[in-house]
Design a protein. Structure first.
Length: 275
């Protein structure tokens, strides 16, 4: 019987998963290199949708010791992404482990980071430790990576469309275009990026919110004072990643927070962590 690939992938979410990466992985702590390896693994703990880097203990130029204080970190569960099983939002702390293992303190030079390493019990990952991405500075080969490690099974495709697209927020027209770029990202709803000339930026103002995406760069946001819900209604990416050149400087609205009309037909609002 034929298998739908997305269903198969979603079905594995409750499991501990890993995949070797051929990339040279380096990590710095306080300006000093503590990881330089070409034997790294990408590891997805159960219910995680973004990977964590695991490195051989032999390739770690830092000291590992038993963590003396227990710290579970905050969990951000979410159910309903593309009708999949319950998962953990990427904001969930590294220390919130969902597989058996030993939390460790990572020490190097004058820095001591409790809970920044984790030694899983699973035999397939023997000799490896997982490292907290957020407390180190990382490179793949000679390119910096931000947000979280890139997932080799995660794609971002951008395609131009001439469809008539209008964006409204509580009855106010905020954008109208036939020059949009559609961004298709694995396991996420499609997003519509609109040239700023086709957006009523005079009705919006820059927000203090910023986020990072390992595939698209750093995003800054726009708020709409007329909204009775979340004020942030749109975002735009900087130009740090050549992979996303087609959307640099374009404006994308939350489909979850605005009404998107495509050729006059209002689209259903998706249910995501940003709803």
């Amino acid at each position: 019987m034929a298998a739908k690939l997305s269903s198969t992938m979603l079905g594995l979410l409750p499991e501990l998963r890993y995949e070797p990466t051929p990339k040279r992985i380096r990590a710095n702590l306080n300006g000093g290199t503590i990881v330089d390896t070409q034997r790294a693994l990408l590891v997805w703990e159960p219910r995680r949708v973004t990977p964590i880097l695991a490195v051989p203990e032999d390739d770690l130029a830092a000291t590992l010791s038993q963590q003396t204080e227990e710290s579970c970190g905050q969990e951000f569960p979410f159910a309903g992404m593309l009708d999949g099983p319950p998962v953990l939002d990427p904001r969930t702390a590294f220390s919130r482990h969902t597989t058996a293992g030993t939390p460790l303190t990572l020490s190097s030079a004058d820095r001591t980071l409790p809970g920044a390493a984790f030694r899983p019990d699973d035999d397939a990952l023997g000799g490896y430790v997982l490292l907290d991405f957020d407390v180190l500075t990382w490179w793949e080969d000679d390119e910096p990576i931000i947000g979280h490690p890139r997932d080799p099974f995660h794609r971002v495709d951008i395609r131009r469309t001439s469809k008539h697209i209008a964006v409204q927020c509580e009855g106010t027209l905020l954008a109208e275009t036939t020059r949009a770029e559609l961004l298709y990202e694995t396991m996420l709803p499609p997003r519509t990026y609109i040239p700023p000339d086709d957006v009523r930026l005079d009705l919006m103002e820059p927000s203090t919110t910023t986020t990072v995406c390992p595939y698209k760069g750093q995003a800054s946001y726009y708020s709409f004072a007329g909204s009775s819900g979340p004020l942030d209604v749109a975002w735009t990416y900087d130009s740090r990643f050549p992979d996303a050149t087609q959307i640099h400087g374009l404006i994308c609205f939350f489909d979850e927070r605005a009404d998107i009309l495509v050729d006059g037909i209002q689209q259903e609002r998706p249910h995501t962590p940003w709803s």
